[in-house]
Design a protein around this ligand. Structure first.
Ligand code: ADP
Ligand code: MG
Length: 365
């Protein structure tokens, strides 16, 4: 296993005409599980292929531990990669498929047997060993594919959207296999996904990419609670963060926030900024759906009027979509909450949970 250091990676295709990765710098600790999260087309796979040596760098440097890797061919890097789809050898049973990578390296048979034994135990795939690929479900083939990638004891283990094509239930089961695998084997792992929930559930740290750039690196907690900008804030969390474009007004020595004339509580974080008179006029108030309370009656804290658009009873909670003037917001309410579409409600935003962004730059204040 190795630490992976990426310095200012850049990748363009077609002699500079298509540009995939602009500037990616990352350090992944030995044994760490890092997720690379971003929408389709933001340059995740290009970054992974550069690490694996499958793609030349346009610029930048890659190190495994302190070793400069740019000119090391894929074979010499010992990177195991799992993609969304990969082929198992159809004529070989699962055992032989797993054995294949090691056989071709001349590993002794006893060692191969032991490795297969260990890996199928982790994956709980003992029953599959005799089966041919044609007799495996898509989830089982994915397990075997994972197992095969693990046989070689790689320096770095890369998974590029390995489970995104599976159905929801299978995906969440595979997710826990993958997490358990990391706990047991402690490989340095890089996991590529566009699914924020997957990244949050799996990773020690997440690197979030916008087109071609890493915009924030942090633990799932940090990314969730302390997003550096509106892009990150909006990308992570389900239902997503609510954004309200508010005006900050300085009156009688103190600041007030309003949304279309309705008062919005001044978030805890704003006090310090207000004191320094560092609050811009146009701010965006951001708050997660769990931190809004909806009520039929107005109270002192319920200051924002809204009308219910749809109600989604989820069983353990109720998701209420409302229109507050021109902004659609979502609220996660307790299941006992009785509301129906068309109802007029009042919203209370929990001041300690409000994040503030500069409307002009999108940067967190
Ligand atoms: P992601 O994995 O995040 O979806 P990719 O790294 O696959 O992103 O792609 C980033 C950008 O580079 C996209 O605009 C894509 O069309 C382009 N791209 C990727 N691979 C190639 C290639 N081999 N030739 C030309 N353009 C490519
Ligand atoms: Mg991709």
């Amino acid at each position: 296993m190795a630490t992976v250091k990426l310095q200012h990676l850049r990748k363009t295709y077609d002699r500079g005409k298509t540009w995939a990765v602009n500037d990616v710098s990352l350090e992944i600790a030995n044994g760490e599980f890092m997720a690379l999260l971003g929408p389709s087309g933001c340059g995740k796979s290009s970054t992974m292929r550069m690490i694996a040596g499958l793609e030349e760098l346009t610029a930048g440097e890659i190190y495994f531990d302190e070793r400069f890797m740019n000119r090391v061919p894929p074979r010499g890097r010992n990177v195991a990669m799992v993609f969304e789809t990969y082929a198992l050898y159809p004529t070989l049973n699962v055992y032989e498929n797993l054995a294949f990578p090691l056989r071709s390296m001349g590993t002794p048979e006893a060692e191969i047997q032991k490795r297969i034994h260990d890996i199928v135990a982790i994956l709980q795939a003992e029953d599959l060993l005799e089966l041919k690929p044609a007799n495996l479900s898509s989830g089982q083939s994915q397990l075997v594919g994972l197992g095969r990638a693990l046989m070689r004891q790689p320096n770095v283990f890369i998974m590029d959207e390995p489970i995104s094509h599976l159905d929801t239930r299978l995906r969440s089961r595979m997710r826990s296999y993958i997490k358990r695998l990391h706990i047991d084997l402690k490989y340095t792992m890089l996991y590529v996904t566009h699914d924020q929930e997957e990244a949050m559930a799996l990773a020690d740290r997440i690197a979030i990419m916008d087109v071609g750039n890493v915009v924030q690196i942090g633990t799932p907690q940090e990314i969730f609670h302390n997003p550096v900008n509106m892009y990150v804030a909006g990308f992570v969390g389900e239902p997503p963060m609510n954004f309200l474009e508010c005006a900050a007004e300085h009156q009688n020595g103190s600041y007030h926030l309003t949304y279309k004339g309705s008062p919005v509580p001044l978030p805890t974080v704003a006090a310090a900024l207000a004191q320094k008179q560092a609050l811009p006029r146009d701010v965006v108030v951001a708050i997660r759906p769990f931190y809004i309370d909806a009520a039929h009656e107005r109270s002192e804290s319920h200051s924002l009027p809204a009308q219910v658009f749809v109600v989604e009873p989820m069983g353990d909670s109720t998701v209420i979509s409302v229109n507050a003037a021109e902004t659609r917001m979502q609220i996660v309410a307790p299941p006992e909450m009785r509301v129906k579409d068309g109802d007029h409600v009042w919203l209370a935003l929990e001041p300690s949970r409000i994040l503030l962004f500069d409307k002009q730059t999108g940067i967190r204040l």
